[in-house]
Write a new protein. Structure first.
Length: 106
């Protein structure tokens, strides 16, 4: 077991994400919020000493995360929002930081 010197951020899609998915992909009409939230993504950020640093790292990475989250459900970039800054990111996703990351693999 070894500690990974990184900060993890868990990204959970919100209602705005589901609304976009239903609008963009007509075959997704039966997908629920619970389903899109059932397996949230975990991203590793640089190691952060406090929430302020973690937030700054998330701000820097939010567009890349936004793109990955959209692409994981629907790849037609024409349907993606034009604005993918941090304020829009917060409307689409919930997030939580975790400072302890442990690798159990040899």
């Amino acid at each position: 077991m070894r500690f990974v010197n990184r900060t993890a951020v868990v990204i959970v899609p919100g209602q705005r994400y589901l609304d976009w998915l239903h609008e963009a992909d007509p075959t997704s009409a039966r997908i629920s919020l619970l389903q899109v939230q059932s397996e949230p993504s975990v991203y590793l950020l640089p190691e952060c000493d406090n929430d302020r640093q973690a937030m700054a790292s998330l701000r820097k990475a939010c567009k890349e995360i936004f793109i990955h989250e959209l692409d994981s459900w629907y790849r037609d970039t024409e349907t993606w929002p034009k604005q993918m800054g941090f304020q829009e990111f917060k409307r689409w996703f919930d997030y939580s930081f975790h400072s302890v990351v442990i690798d159990l693999c040899p």
